[in-house]
Write a protein that binds this ligand. Structure first.
Ligand SMILES: Nc1ncnc2c1ncn2[C@@H]1O[C@H](COP(=O)(O)OP(=O)(O)OP(=O)(O)O)[C@@H](O)[C@H]1O
Ligand SMILES: O=C(O)[C@H](O)[C@@H](O)[C@H](O)[C@H](O)CO
Length: 177
């Protein structure tokens, strides 16, 4: 049974990182532990943005701003009723995370998931049926700006299992209570 955890309220936890790093997998486990909503960032992309990625073109800032605003609004709405929310969002740039923090309007904690380019490629290549091509990984890695020390962020390497990563995040969040 996953550990139950009373999320420090109100709180938005955003699992971030490049495509294939494990955001959706860990985000779902965290939301289950908090018994709170899980927002899958992929679900908030405009159709034309999904098609752009599917054909192998990286998104631009202009593509991402409305997507980030929709995600921030949905996260803020979720917090109004559930107190906590877990969101999976690449949030690659400082400016994107600033936009999310401003839009959510409640405490936000980021969890960056990382691994080697080779392992990320393997995971992307072994994930059939997803619109995101492995060919876009390098553009994601180039765009990623790791959280600065003044951002409330935890950085994890995803060599551990998703459940072990979940427990590491739960332990880290307790330090904010
Ligand atoms: N800790 C882990 N150890 C091993 N494999 C993992 C781990 N976390 C996720 N995976 C696997 O890696 C692949 C990518 O995971 P996931 O879809 O959660 O990544 P993502 O960051 O949400 O990707 P995207 O941003 O493209 O949606 C999946 O096949 C998943 O099963
Ligand atoms: O910021 C971006 O370029 C996008 O959010 C991508 O990261 C995709 O959403 C995701 O990786 C595919 O599922």
């Amino acid at each position: 049974m996953p550990p139950s955890a009373a999320a420090p309220a109100p709180l938005a936890v955003i699992v971030m990182g490049v495509s294939g790093c494990g955001k959706s997998t860990l985000g779902a486990l965290l939301a289950d532990a908090f018994a709170c909503p899980f927002l899958e960032g992929d679900d908030y992309h405009a159709p034309d943005a999904v098609e752009k990625m599917r054909r192998g073109d990286p998104l631009t800032d202009e593509d991402r701003w409305p997507w980030l605003d929709r995600l921030a609004q949905a996260s803020a709405t979720a917090i109004e009723t559930s107190v906590a929310v877990v969101t999976a969002c690449s949030a690659l740039r400082y400016s994107y995370r600033d936009r999310l923090r401003a839009g959510i309007g409640a405490p936000v904690r980021f969890v960056l998931l990382e691994n080697s380019r080779e392992r990320l490629l393997t995971r992307l290549q072994n994930r059939p049926g997803h619109y995101m091509p492995a060919s876009l990984l390098d553009s994601q890695l180039v765009t990623l700006e790791r959280p600065s020390c003044d951002e409330a962020a935890l950085v994890l390497t995803t060599d551990a299992s998703p459940k072990e990563l979940r427990d590491q995040v739960l332990g880290w969040l307790k330090s904010y209570q």
